[in-house]
Design a protein around this ligand. Structure first.
Ligand code: FES
Length: 106
């Protein structure tokens, strides 16, 4: 089974099945991954779906768009590979993708 791994800030790993075409946020919420609240339902308006993409996957996943960038710019936990997971559409070839959750999303 192809999987995506979400790692909480304390190092706990949670695997979810890769769901091609879903957003990374939907993959997380469909699989009860702790720390992804997604309060706005995927509108890039709340920032509670923030993930930090493993640097080895950053080029594959790509950078944020302008709207997403604006929301991320207000997030104190932002790192160079930060994304809003609701804005990341999962590709079928992303087996093994790993993302971390910031400490504030606990
Ligand atoms: S779910 Fe609100 S910004 Fe992603």
């Amino acid at each position: 089974m192809a999987v995506i791994t979400f790692i909480s800030h304390d190092g706990e790993q949670h695997e979810a099945p890769l769901e091609e075409g879903s957003s990374l946020m939907q993959v997380a919420t469909n699989n009860a991954i702790p720390g992804i609240d997604a309060d706005c339902g995927g509108e890039a308006a709340c920032g509670t779906c923030h993930v930090i993409v493993d640097p080895s996957w950053a080029d594959t996943v790509g950078p944020p768009g302008p709207e997403e960038e604006e929301m991320l710019s207000m997030n104190p936990d932002r790192l160079p590979t930060s994304r809003l997971s609701c804005q990341v559409k999962v590709c079928g070839s992303w087996d093994g993708l790993t993302v971390q959750l910031p400490e504030s999303q606990w």
